[in-house]
Design a protein around this ligand. Structure first.
Ligand SMILES: [Cu+2]
Length: 47
């Protein structure tokens, strides 16, 4: 997920079973991918 080429978040490596959270400042649907496994993608929906 990025705006003008600048990623809006980077969780770093999250080990199995661990959690990570982030607060989004704007409403919308934002795509993201795993940097280790680029085929693993998801969407964050902020409403
Ligand atoms: Cu992965």
């Amino acid at each position: 997920m990025e705006v003008s080429g600048v990623p809006l978040f980077d969780s770093g490596s999250v080990p199995p079973g661990m959690l990570w959270d982030s607060t989004f400042d704007s409403v919308g649907t934002f795509g993201y991918h795993c940097s280790i496994h680029p085929w693993m993608t998801g969407r964050v929906m902020v409403g």
